[in-house]
Design a binder for this molecule. Structure first.
Ligand code: FES
Length: 140
């Protein structure tokens, strides 16, 4: 039987983490191909519904990544995102979803290696958790 390969959706802010992911590519820092990247202008612009939707439609994890606190190009978008995602995780856990399926990480434009390591770490943890139980329930 083939090994479980988790599907990860990554929302990356344009100014820091997306550039960091690009740097990972240009510096040939390899990371698992399980991740699908969605570029957003700022993590503060990410409506939680866009985190829930992929989880209900088959994604095994969602990564939200943006500028480090104090570096957000829209001043406090990342801080708002951190608060929203903390609340969302609480709600999702009420529905039986492990909080570890939603990761919030700060990765700057110069941290390509950190992006690659984060994806490695997340995919490894999701493999331990197994398939997303919400997606299985909703698919029936
Ligand atoms: S601009 Fe990057 S998190 Fe706000």
């Amino acid at each position: 039987m083939a090994e479980f390969e988790p599907k990860v959706i990554a929302f990356l802010c344009n100014w820091c983490s997306y550039t960091g992911a690009d740097l990972a590519g240009t510096t040939r820092s390899q990371y698992p191909s399980n991740v699908r990247i969605v570029r957003i202008m700022c993590t503060g612009a990410l409506d939680p519904i866009y985190v829930v939707k992929p989880l209900l439609e088959g994604a095994d994890g969602v990564l939200i990544s943006g500028c480090h606190p104090g570096d957000c190009h829209y001043v406090s978008g990342n801080l708002k995102a951190r608060r929203r995602m903390a609340t969302l995780k609480t709600v999702l856990s009420e529905f039986g979803l492990e909080e570890e399926r939603v990761w919030v990480r700060w990765i700057s434009a110069s941290e390509g290696r950190r992006f690659a390591e984060t994806v490695h770490e997340m995919v490894g943890r999701l493999k331990e958790l197994g398939p997303n139980p919400l997606a299985v329930q909703w698919a029936i």
